[in-house]
Design a binder for this molecule. Sequence first.
Ligand code: IPD
Ligand code: CA
Length: 260
Amino acid sequence: MSRVEPEMRKTIEEVAREAGKILLDNFGRVKKVEKKGRQFVSNIDLESENRIMERIQKEFPEHNILSEEVGKKEKSSEYTWIIDPLDGTHNYIHCIPIYAVSIALRYRAEVVLGAVFIPPLDEMYQVEGGEGAFLNGKRLKVSNAETENIMATHGGSIPLNPGHRETLMKIAPEVRYIRNLGSAATHLAFAAAGKTDLAVEQTIKPWDIAAGCLLVEEAGGKVTDLSGKGWRPESKDIIAGKKNAHRKILKIVGRERDEM
Ligand code: IPD
Ligand code: CA
């Protein structure tokens, strides 16, 4: 029996859209922002998370959940839903319309299903291990750009993590363009779709990347951490994209992992 059941596919898509609607409807109307360590969380992150949690707990009450704001709900299941109800919180709070809902389902050690929904673009990215990656139903393939023309994204925060500057300064001369769009899930979805060639993410959490890494892999790209090891949701940094861009940039930034 497949590890992914039809109800799981249905739920992940529907609930990502439902949460996305909450984000879209409340854009520009954030009522409350609270400090969360060195980051922030808004009332809309929580509203989106409640909707996702309610639906998943109702339909799969025996499954574990790992969600950004509420943390871990352990049920000793082989399945774990990994949830970012709003990836790009800072963009959202500042009314910059680049943000996403990211949901992944892990079976034992492996991420088997994922959805990244980008509400302002009405883009639904879906992926299933071994079955491919899709954008609004159309199969995705990573880009075929030449390595001289790499369009990269770099996700990190130099004000919060000055060490990220080193990575950025190493990548910059080797690529044609480099952007930080403020949402790791969006960076990875765009790399899967071939809109960009490569995404490098630093100081990330499982909910930022679990669905996005599988998207890139299933779109024919390569994903590892910055030391070149296979990715896991717990990886602390990620390099993901078309294979030749991944190879070229990993050689340059690869040994930094232990220095950060
Ligand atoms: C953040 C964004 C950002 C990345 C950070 C994440 P959040 O997620 O994905 O692009 O650089 O590491 O924490 O807090 O907006 O869900
Ligand atoms: Ca978030």
